[in-house]
Ligand binder design. Structure first.
Ligand code: PLP
Length: 356
């Protein structure tokens, strides 16, 4: 079976994890600080604040922006549920703007219609590693004085107009094993705003700057030194990983774009898509049948995501209809694009499609 994702962990990760284990300093300390410094440098942000998951980074970033009870945050329904849940954690209300077919990302043209006097923030999600339209989104945010909280959990190293995602507002990243780089579980917040950074650090650690003195009610969202020890060498390899993903995607597109019953992913000229997922639209065959055949031939595949957030049980009662998201949920199919793929495997994946 060719897996849909596979983390690439090596000797340097092993060595650093052992070093931390032997030191006995397991929780948020030197290694975390080093990882934060390196991540900030890579992302081109003034600050990077490590957390224990992408979800906790989103929750922390929203709280640091002052999002609370009764506030509204505009986001996409076509995402992993964590984006939407993090808004709910703040007792705020997720308000949805539908996506566009060409890149599965929030349709910026629909955002202004969703703005009310309660709107406090926009949360774009750079889905599959493809950046949202950040110039027009930023324009709307400035005009209406709204925070931007970027869910960049699938987009480490992606760029829009030459600028890395996560620097257009507050950036939130995940290091879950399937992502472009991993720490097992882990997350990171990036920001150029000193005040937001300060609040994120407080929220992450029970509101504490000085041990056992608590300024606000916070959470335990700290990253462990063990996770950071994996993250430091992973970050060094991220560019190599991303370039391999991009090359694999180019290969798949060259082979698969000849098939009339599917649509290959678009790369926009002003952006760097880092292919967290390589996601096809199956338009001329039954998507679930195609998935079944792939599985039977040993080609890993998955549907991200089969149900838009607006149709999930906790949000169904909002009764909002998102026609484009609902249509895409029936068509999308992701196939392996990860950097561990061998040339023979890429060829086999393409052949399996060509023979269908
Ligand atoms: C992975 C992911 C998250 C959550 O990250 P975790 O580290 O699993 O908590 C949030 N949003 C999106 C779009 C993701 O893909």
């Amino acid at each position: 079976m060719i897996p849909i994702s596979k983390p690439l962990l090596g000797e340097e990760e092993e060595k650093l994890v052992l070093e931390v284990l032997r030191s006995g300093n397991l929780v948020q300390g030197e290694k975390v600080e080093e990882f934060e410094r390196e991540f900030a440098k890579y992302a081109g942000a003034r600050h990077a604040i490590a957390t224990n998951s992408g979800t906790s980074s989103l929750h922390t970033a929203l709280l640091a922006a002052g999002i609370g009870k009764g506030d509204e945050v505009i986001t996409t329904p076509f995402t992993f549920i964590a984006s939407v849940n993090s808004i709910t954690f703040c007792q705020a209300r997720p308000v949805f703007a539908d996506i566009r077919e060409e890149d599965f990302n929030i349709n910026v043209k629909l955002i202004e219609d969703a703005i009310t006097s309660k709107t406090k923030a926009i949360m774009p999600v750079h889905l599959y590693g493809s950046p949202c339209d950040m110039d027009s989104l930023q324009e709307i945010a400035y005009k209406h004085n709204l925070h931007i909280i970027e869910d960049a959990c699938q987009a480490h190293g992606a760029e829009f107009n030459g600028r890395k995602v996560g620097t257009f507002g507050t950036g939130c990243f995940s290091f879950y094993p399937s992502k472009n780089m991993t720490t097992g579980e882990g997350g990171m917040i990036t920001t150029n705003d000193d005040g937001i950074a300060e609040r994120c650090r407080l929220i992450r650690n029970h509101g504490s700057k000085v041990r056992y003195y608590h300024e606000i009610v916070g959470y335990n969202y700290r990253m462990t030194n063990l996770a950071a020890a994996i993250g430091i060498p992973q970050l060094k390899k991220l560019e190599e990983f991303n370039n391999k993903r991009i090359k694999n995607a180019e290969y798949l597109t060259k082979r698969l774009s000849k098939l009339k019953w599917l649509i290959t992913p678009k790369i926009r000229s002003n952006s760097r898509h880092v292919f967290h997922q390589y996601t096809l639209r199956i338009t001329g065959k039954n998507r679930d049948e195609v998935a079944k055949i792939l599985t039977s031939k040993g080609v890993g595949n998955s549907v991200y995501y089969p149900v838009p957030a607006t149709l999930q049980k906790p949000y169904k009662e909002l009764k909002v209809s998102m026609p484009v998201s609902e249509k895409m949920a029936k068509e999308v199919l992701s196939i392996p694009v990860h950097p561990a793929l061998l040339n023979e495997e890429l060829d086999y994946i393409a052949k399996t499609f060509e023979e269908m």
